[in-house]
Design a protein. Structure first.
Length: 158
C-alpha cells in the first residue's frame, strides 16, 4: 500500500487544490481500504480500486462546497528546461500557472478525468472502472476537457 500513497495524495491534491484537504482524503482512502481489504475481489487492479475510492471522496468533498476553489500548490511536470534562460523560464512559469488555473477551473467531472489520464497516465478502461462510468463517457469528458484547456491556453500558445 505504501507504493500507492503518493499517487493517491497526488490525485487528491490536484482535485482539491489544498494540501490539508488532500492529506485528509488520502488518509480516509487508506482507512477505508484497511477496513474493507477483505472485500476486495481482485476483479480490477488494486490501483483502480484506490483511484475509485479517491475520486469518490474528492467529488464528495467538492460537492459539499466547504471550500473556495483555488489552484493547488503542487507543480505539474516541469515545463521549463533547467538550463533555460531566465526569459524562457519566466514564460514557462506563466504557462504553468495558466495551466494550473485552467485545470482548476474545469468542472469536477472533467478535471477528474484529466488528472487520472493526463497526469497519472491511467488507461481509459481504468478510469471508467474507477469512476464507474461508461468508456465513451470517459472519452467524451476527456475530449471536452482538453478542448476547454486548449481554448483557455490559446493566448499562451500563440
Amino acid at each position: 500500500m505504501l507504493a500507492y500513497q503518493h499517487r493517491v495524495y497526488s490525485v487528491a491534491l490536484r482535485m482539491l487544490g489544498d494540501r490539508g484537504e488532500a492529506e485528509e482524503v488520502a488518509q480516509e482512502v487508506f482507512l477505508r481500504v484497511h477496513r474493507s481489504i477483505r472485500d476486495f475481489r481482485g476483479e480490477a487492479k488494486l490501483s483502480t480500486w484506490l483511484y475509485a475510492i479517491t475520486s469518490r471522496l474528492c467529488l464528495n468533498q467538492l460537492e459539499r462546497g466547504s471550500r473556495q476553489r483555488r489552484v493547488g500548490e503542487a507543480a505539474l511536470a516541469r515545463i521549463a528546461d533547467a538550463h533555460a534562460n531566465p526569459g524562457a523560464r519566466l514564460e514557462a512559469s506563466e504557462l504553468e500557472r495558466a495551466l494550473h488555473r485552467a485545470i482548476a477551473e474545469l468542472d469536477d467531472e472533467r478535471r477528474m478525468v484529466v488528472v487520472l489520464r493526463d497526469l497519472h497516465g491511467l488507461a481509459y478502461e481504468e478510469i471508467a472502472a474507477a469512476l464507474e462510468l461508461p468508456l465513451n463517457t470517459v472519452r467524451s469528458r476527456l475530449h471536452r476537457a482538453r478542448m476547454e484547456l486548449k481554448r483557455r491556453l490559446r493566448p499562451f500558445l500563440s
